[in-house]
Design a protein around this ligand. Structure first.
Ligand code: URA
Length: 200
């Protein structure tokens, strides 16, 4: 049953934040999820990848992007030398979602769920202090950039969340169904890499 969001998320360290997500009952998704999905990767990673919400396989494993979209994501990241596994920080990603719990049948996140849950993502970003954020899909964009615009209108330039550069691109699950946009997402990855390198 839904309860309350834990107090003081904005002051939590990593272990406290992990524990808060693990026990969260702030919205109704807590009663249908198997496992909350905190995120994966090194906490010192210089890259942050933000997706939408866990799907079926993620909900089972408690890890983000382990299904077909995740395979594509890993390949996309590998193409520019990035990994969720051990690597030097500048090649490492931390992967997180706007929602930590799976919506039933993978329906879209609801505004109330986002409002409750995005505090965790924002604290993750504050703690990790990534040098760049890749926002994948419209829910990541809405949460970080407060924009309702379509991905196609926002991609191709550098946005900011607080002072951190944000590159907008299509969600990998969308790319699996819309192959022509893969070429565009490749351009977005190149822009992300250029932006990252320019920061020195
Ligand atoms: N899609 C997402 O947005 N996140 C996941 O973790 C898996 C699929």
């Amino acid at each position: 049953e839904p309860g309350r969001r834990p107090a003081g998320i904005g002051q939590m360290d990593w272990p406290a934040l992990r524990a808060a997500v693990a026990g969260c009952t702030a919205c109704k998704l807590c009663s249908s999820r198997r496992n909350p999905v905190f995120g994966v990767g090194n906490e010192q990673a210089r890259w942050m990848i933000v997706g939408e919400a866990p799907g079926e396989q993620e909900d089972r494993k408690g890890e983000p992007f382990v299904g077909p979209a995740g395979k594509l994501l890993d390949n996309m990241l590998a193409a520019i030398g990035l990994t969720r596994s051990e690597a030097p920080p500048e090649r490492q990603v931390f992967i997180a979602n706007v929602l930590k719990c799976r919506p039933p049948q993978n329906r879209n996140p609801q505004p109330e769920e986002i409002a409750q849950c995005e505090h965790y993502l924002k604290r993750q970003i504050e703690l990790a202090q990534p040098r760049i954020i890749l926002a994948m899909g419209r829910f990541a964009v809405q949460s970080l950039l407060q924009s309702q615009d379509a991905i196609g209108r926002l991609r191709g330039r550098v946005h900011r969340y607080r002072d951190i550069p944000v590159i907008v691109t299509y969600h990998p699950a969308y790319l699996l169904r819309n192959l022509p946009d893969k070429a565009r997402s490749w351009e977005d990855l190149c822009l992300a890499l250029d932006t990252f390198r320019q920061q020195g």
